[in-house]
Design a protein around this ligand. Structure first.
Ligand code: MLT
Ligand code: ZN
Length: 426
């Protein structure tokens, strides 16, 4: 979708090296593009022209794990899955999980405020990241690397670096609060006949599973068909219009199973759920998760994917997919919806054999106008990057955009940090 033409890529190993690079680039007004695992979906980590790429891949050291508090301090280039395996040795887990875990970097996750599959349980990175060390465009190192859960000393500047996609500074280290690793995990894969049933089942999952509910995901028939057709993965149940994945995580298997069984009995007796299966062994859990996690990958095999990542009030959640499908008719291969229903986050994806300007012009800005009408967000978790920046006004007021521009001027007066990203052209 996006491609730059950089001739220089630098791989610093230390904060001092990042500082020296930025100080040089700032003096010579050279634009830089910070890059983590390069798994973003809005072109945030891809150079637009010939920016100097600063890859964080070699800054992959875990500095400390405090098994009393669960606070872990690491460099930003740690791969999410590797970091999770590292903290697992201390009985902890990283409170973030997403399909790209095998290659995305924790620093990239922080810079984009990635959400993922368990935000419902563990909250956003604005909550779990306790401290950040970042280097400003000038090369100055800003130490906000607090490891305390409570630190109310003035402006909480770390939040400026969480989700600003490398436009205000480069995150070099972070402190993250890691919860205990659950010892009992169950995953239910459910089939449902109507979207109202999906909503009711989500409400029942919250009230009946309570503190053990760790994920609630949604897949429509078209998304599941895509994984089955393009990746040859097998669904554990018969075809349904809608599916849900409901995960529980806790510390007492018998207690959790009893709760889950009561919940399942309720939703099946009431007719909201018409088929389902529960996995408890890691390999089956893994297989069922792959049906959800690999949808994005399966869509690529159709040809070109028009990707949308929208926050939307739940009563409107699926209507958007239906409206888009009707609006686009037979000009496309598929229009499907899946995502983090527990967070009101819809991934609406449309595919065609090849990129077609005509299709794009029928989708945008209609989709953003639709979202703004119901007071949703045009980017729930993927960020704005290069691709969505000029649509920011659908979700932010002029005043807020003006203040963002002023902050950018203060922190990066020469505009060298990840230019053409996040902020709109006008
Ligand atoms: C996901 O939840 O699968 C990711 O955000 C990627 C996507 O939107 O397809
Ligand atoms: Zn997602």
């Amino acid at each position: 979708m996006v491609r730059g033409a950089s001739s220089v890529l630098l791989k610093p190993k230390t904060t001092e090296e990042v500082s020296a690079i930025l100080s040089y680039c700032n003096q010579h007004k050279l634009a830089v593009c910070p890059q983590g695992g390069n798994t973003g979906l809005v072109g945030g980590s891809v150079p637009v022209f010939d920016e100097v790429i600063i890859s964080m891949a070699l800054m992959n050291q875990v500095e400390s794990v405090d098994s009393w508090s669960g606070v872990v301090v690491c460099q930003s280039g740690c791969v999410l899955e590797a970091l999770d395996q590292h903290v697992a040795e201390h009985g902890l887990m990283v409170p973030l999980d997403l399909g790209a875990k095998g290659s995305c970097h924790i620093g990239g996750n922080v810079s984009t405020n990635a959400g993922g599959l368990r935000l419902l349980r563990y909250g956003s990175l604005h909550g779990s990241v306790l401290g950040v060390e970042a280097v400003l465009a000038s090369g100055e190192v800003i130490d906000c690397l607090s490891t305390m859960k409570k630190d109310n000393t003035g402006y909480d500047l770390k939040h400026l670096f969480i989700g600003s996609e490398g436009t205000l500074g480069i995150v070099t280290k972070l402190a993250i609060n890691c919860p205990p690793r659950p010892t009992a995990v169950n995953l239910a894969f459910l089939g449902l006949q109507s979207f109202d049933d999906v909503l009711q089942t989500f409400r029942d999952a919250k009230s009946k599973l309570g503190e053990i509910l760790s994920s609630c995901e949604f897949i429509d028939r078209s998304s599941l068909e895509c994984v089955e057709e393009n990746l040859k993965l097998k669904s554990p149940i018969e075809p349904h219009p809608y599916y849900m994945l409901i995960e529980t995580s806790g510390s007492n298997g018998d207690h959790d199973e009893e709760k889950l069984n009561t919940f399942l009995e309720y939703v099946m007796t009431s007719g909201q759920v018409t088929d389902g299966t529960v996995a408890t062994e890691p390999s089956r859990i893994q297989h069922i998760w792959s049906l959800r996690e690999r949808i994005a990958e399966s869509l690529i095999a159709d040809g070109y994917t028009y990707k949308y990542d929208i926050s939307i009030p739940l009563p409107h959640f699926y209507k958007m997919v239906e409206d888009m499908r009707e609006h686009l008719g037979s000009s496309i291969i598929r229009c499907c919806g899946y995502g983090h229903i527990g967070d009101g986050n819809l991934h609406l994806n449309i595919t065609s054999k090849e990129y077609e300007k005509e299709i794009l012009s029928r989708i945008e800005p209609t989709i953003f106008e639709w979202t703004a009408r119901v007071k949703g967000s045009i980017s729930a978790e993927h960020g704005l990057g290069f691709k969505k920046r000029n649509y920011i006004h659908f979700s932010k007021s002029d005043g807020a955009i003006g203040l963002m521009k002023q902050m950018k001027k203060i922190m990066d007066p020469n505009g060298i940090l990840n230019p053409y990203k996040v902020l709109p052209d006008n």
